[in-house]
Ligand binder design. Sequence first.
Ligand code: ADP
Length: 332
Amino acid sequence: MKEKILSILRNTKAEDGFISGQSISDQLKVSRTAVWKSIQTLRKEGYEIEAVNNKGYKLISAPDIMTESEITSQMKTKWLGREFHFLSSVNSTNEYAKILSAGGSPDGTVVVGDQQTAGKGRLGRTWESPKGCAIYISYLLKPRDLRPEKASELTIVAALATAKALTRVTGVETGIKWPNDIIVEGKKVCGILTEMSTDLSHIEHVIIGIGVNVNMNSFPDELSEKAISLKMVLGHTVKRAPVICEMLSQFEKYYEIFMKTGDLSGIKKEYMDMLLDRDQKVQIIEHDTNRNWIGKATEITDDGALIVEKDDGSQVSVISGEVSVRGIYGYV
Ligand code: ADP
């Protein structure tokens, strides 16, 4: 009910932005008192809604509170996020999505947390996840016809979609560090952790977890060289719900292109345009051998591997999950 009213207020066609209480109650087939009560609840949540005799209601501003209604009333996707779970605190949105998957939640289910108490990075690392100032989101995907070895390509799809969404909503210039870190001003504004479960040769689920630093004012010392938030770049608070909705729209779009071609060929050009490692010298750290070598990153393959040219001119394609890539002098 609240969600529906918010969506009506947002989509009113009237020039002055007002919509009458009668018209809302007609559309929703509820009493005007019920409409009034929901408006009061929305106000308590921080929405500024003007009420004028003979004109009705008008939405003045929405707060950066991440309620379920704030997000779902702005969602424009066809299938992504149609099952939606919002948690004010969760250990890890990826862990929660795993439980949902086992319980039968469908392809496209989305989990958003306002805080993570055990946010995860790759290789058992932690993802700093304070409350109320960031986006912690997981997409549960069940692409039964995709071969398991293709799942790592989805992390590239997610990086491109997220980078595009952040730039579209905030205007901040973003770049991608292969395969999936999103970088602003040389620091990490977003990290992505993709996890998969398979049965025999089929994908049971792929869960893509994305953490975006939105409104943090600072980071703990050990991260301050490496991490940045959108607010630290822009100098003002960014509303998270519109960012989430754009992330979902962009991911849905790029995922559909990916599923059509079955590889990254349809999005590679756009990804390469955002790739910061392109034509740069990079350090490759091999996880299993701990060997560390330097080469020039040139491009990605249609399967998402990074092609690195060694000094002797030979080319090696490295696979995410097996290596970490660092800049020569620092993180990027
Ligand atoms: P990488 O492969 O770059 O090490 P991961 O995807 O494994 O990154 O993410 C975990 C790492 O990211 C942590 O070890 C930490 O250095 C860094 N990190 C943790 N929390 C944040 C955050 N909120 N913003 C940016 N970087 C973070």
